[in-house]
Write a protein of this length. Structure first.
Length: 263
C-alpha cells in the first residue's frame, strides 16, 4: 500500500464533510471567509486525516510565528508527538496541498526537545489534535527566559495590534486583538519567570511565588489580559487600541520593576 497516497485520499474524502460541518457550526459563509481562515480550517481537517492515518498520534501542536504573528509567518511549524513514528513522508505529504509551507517535527513521548522549540511550544503552542500532554513535556526542556526576551515579546504584541488595525474582517480583527492582549500577558509571564529564575510557566504558581507587591500586580495582569480580554474576548470594544497602549505601558513598567528588583 502507498501509505502517503492513502493519506491524501483520506484527507480529500474527509475534507468536505469537516468543512461543511465547520460552516454549520459557525454560520460563516464560505465567501466571507478570508484566505487565512480557510487555511486554518483546512489545517485542522488535514490534522484530523493524519490522526486517522496514524492512530498513535498523541498531540499535534502548532507553534512559532504562525500562532502569534500569522500575517507575517512564512510557514507553519507543527510538532507531532506519536507513540510510534511512521514513515517520514506520511507526515509531510498530508500537508503538501496547503498554500503555505509546513515544517513538521515528529517525536515520541520523552524524546528531548531543543530549548527554543520547547519554550515556543510551551508558552505559545496551539493544540490542534490531542489534550496537550506535549505542552507539559516541553516545560522540562525549556530554558529560563531573560528580561530581554520579555521585552522582545512585547514587539509580537505590537505586531498583532497592527494586524488588528489593518484587518477589514471583523472576525480576524477580533482574533488579532485577543492575541495582542494575550502577548502582553505572555511578556509579563516571561519577566516573572526570569525574576524567579524558573522554567515553570504555570501562571497560578508563578503568582504565588512572587513577593508583594508584584504578586498583586501580576494577578491583575492575569485576570485582565489573559482571562477577561483574551480568553473571554471581553476587551473594550469601543477603544481597543487605547486599552492596548494603556496595558502595554503597565506591562513594560512591570518588567522594568522586576528587573530592577532582581538586580
Amino acid at each position: 500500500m502507498n501509505l502517503p497516497l492513502t493519506v491524501g485520499v483520506l484527507a480529500r474524502k474527509e475534507s468536505q464533510l469537516l468543512y461543511n460541518e465547520f460552516l454549520k457550526l459557525t454560520f460563516v459563509s464560505e465567501k466571507h471567509m478570508t484566505g487565512g481562515s480557510r487555511q486554518q480550517v483546512r489545517l485542522h481537517q488535514l490534522c484530523r486525516a493524519l490522526k486517522e492515518a496514524d492512530p498513535d498520534i498523541i498531540d499535534i501542536i502548532q507553534f512559532g510565528s504562525s500562532v502569534y504573528a500569522p500575517d507575517l509567518a512564512r510557514d507553519i511549524d507543527l510538532l507531532i508527538t506519536t507513540h510510534s513514528k511512521k514513515d517520514e513522508d506520511l507526515y509531510w505529504d498530508v500537508f503538501s496541498e496547503l498554500d503555505v509551507g509546513v515544517d513538521v517535527l515528529v517525536r515520541t513521548p520523552g524524546q528531548p526537545m531543543g530549548q527554543d522549540i520547547a519554550t515556543s511550544v510551551r508558552l505559545m503552542g496551539k493544540v490542534l489534535i490531542g489534550d496537550g500532554e506535549t505542552l507539559k513535556e516541553a516545560e522540562a526542556y525549556m530554558s529560563v527566559p531573560t528580561f530581554d526576551r520579555a521585552r522582545k515579546s512585547l514587539e509580537t504584541a505590537d505586531t498583532n495590534l497592527t494586524a488588528a488595525q489593518k484587518s477589514k474582517d471583523e472576525i480576524l480583527q477580533d482574533e488579532y486583538y485577543k492575541l495582542a492582549f494575550n502577548r502582553l500577558f505572555d511578556s509579563a509571564r516571561l519577566a516573572v519567570m526570569a525574576f524567579l529564575n524558573t522554567e515553570n510557566s504555570r501562571w497560578g504558581q508563578l503568582r504565588k511565588a512572587l513577593p508583594k507587591p508584584y504578586n498583586e500586580q501580576f494577578r491583575r495582569i492575569i485576570n485582565t489580559l489573559h482571562i477577561q480580554y483574551s480568553y473571554d474576548g471581553n476587551y473594550p470594544k469601543d477603544d481597543p487600541n487605547g486599552a492596548f497602549v494603556q496595558w502595554r505601558q503597565k506591562v513594560e513598567r512591570f518588567i522594568e520593576s522586576l528587573e530592577q528588583k532582581a538586580n
